[in-house]
Write a protein that binds this ligand. Structure first.
Ligand code: F3S
Length: 398
């Protein structure tokens, strides 16, 4: 990979330890993927924030970088393992909170915005069309590439952090136009009637196109919440973090449907639900907000929970970013949800909070949430908002 003079100097350690270490990571990545050069990035999203996943080794790594590392571009954070303010209310232990706070302190020292959300595009880290960025967090990466039309590979936590310290990333993969060409045509004949159908659709497409870029036809309309749900699901279940939906997402007009074609019909959606849903009746955990809830979703939750009471045997979380919760406070949605017995889980989510062993079953609107909850040994139910709220109120599915 060709390096400019200033990049050589960074690699030689002239800007300190964190930048040198970062350059080593970026140069190694660049040579693995035959990148010709480093390119500037407009912003970075760093995943690998939960102490639950990092452990002490990860914390030590971050502390080393934080000694002299300062980010050069707008850098936001993925969810942490707990609500940074209200962690006690979510049943997080003192020991965990102490370690999680040390992780956050390290990121703060680096000049990173402590945003702790997987929807950075809803709270101020919104790239422009065509902009190169270096994001980790698969759902956000897929949203940035497909819905916004920005360009990013699916970075890991360390490579994203390295891009933040250098302000650049190696030019390979989805940064290059030739690698953004769709290679499979997916025609959706299925009728999508509710939000969770988009998660089931993502699951069905992801399973079938495996590591390809789908060009999707047959969809007439999609709102932001549907697209963010689909982004989370399609990449979790197997596709590349980029898709095109004809006449809906940017760039679709530049491409023709590829020759290789699959069709998704109602039966495929039903099968996807069948694969995701376990045989379980009692629900002890309901979580909405994977990816983090938008204000529109929170408004719907409040509307459905007004004058209702969540079952005492069921924990109900609304996972969202803190700015979204602040909007909810202003609109009294928070009051309604809390009065019903629900909790806000800001800064964190059902996959990265230390939940293993706490709940036996979860109901959620998110296919990605189901995928990761199984890793936490929970039985899963995927449903729309109304079904999940009913499960929370009755403590049962159906
Ligand atoms: Fe976001 Fe956590 Fe889901 S990071 S996409 S809420 S698994």
């Amino acid at each position: 990979m060709d390096l400019a003079k200033e990049e050589e100097r960074m690699l030689d350690g002239e800007e300190g330890y964190a930048v040198k270490k970062s350059m080593e990571i970026l140069v190694a990545l660049g040579s693995i993927y035959s990148a010709e050069k480093l390119i500037r990035v407009g912003s970075v999203q760093v995943a690998g924030v939960s102490y639950h996943n990092l452990g002490d080794a990860g914390l030590e790594y971050l502390n080393e970088l934080a000694r002299d590392g300062k980010v050069k571009v707008l850098t936001t954070l993925n969810p942490a393992g707990m609500d940074l303010e209200d962690w006690r209310n979510l049943g997080i232990s003192e020991e965990f909170a102490e370690k999680q706070n040390l992780v956050i302190d390290a990121f703060r020292k680096m000049g990173i915005l402590i945003s702790c959300t997987c929807t950075p595009y809803l709270i101020g880290n919104l790239p422009r069309y065509g902009e190169h960025i270096a994001w980790s967090e698969s759902s956000a990466v897929t949203f940035a590439n497909s819905v916004i039309g920005a360009k990013t590979n699916r970075e890991g936590g360390p490579s994203a952090l390295a891009a933040a310290f250098v302000g650049k990333t190696p030019s390979y993969g989805l940064h290059l136009e030739e690698n953004r060409v769709p290679d499979t045509h997916v025609h959706v004949k299925a009728k999508l009637k509710k939000l969770s159908d988009w998660g089931a659709l993502g699951c069905s497409i992801g399973n079938r196109v495996e590591n390809k870029i789908p060009y999707i036809t047959g969809i007439e309309d999609a709102d932001l919440d549907e697209l963010k749900t689909f982004c989370a699901s399609v990449v979790t279940y197997g596709s590349k973090p980029l898709f095109y939906i004809k006449d809906i997402t940017p760039g679709s007009e530049k491409h023709q449907p590829p020759r290789e074609k699959i069709t998704i019909d109602d039966e495929d959606i039903r099968e996807a639900y069948e694969g995701i849903n376990d045989d379980v009746d009692v629900i002890d955990f309901v979580c909405i907000g994977c990816p983090h809830s938008s204000i529109k979703e929170i408004a719907k939750i409040a509307n459905l929970l007004e004058n209702r009471t969540i079952s005492p045997s069921t924990e109900f979380w609304v996972a969202t970013s803190r700015p979204m919760k602040q909007l909810a406070d202003k609109r009294s949605y928070t009051k309604i949800i809390k009065k019903a017995g629900g909790k806000f889980a800001c800064d964190t989510c059902m996959a990265v909070a230390p939940l293993k062993g706490r709940f036996r079953s979860v109901a959620t609107t998110s296919a990605k949430g189901c995928y990761y909850s199984r890793h936490n040994h929970m039985k899963t139910k995927l449903g729309n908002l109304e079904e999940c709220i009913e499960a929370a109120v009755r403590g049962k599915w159906n």
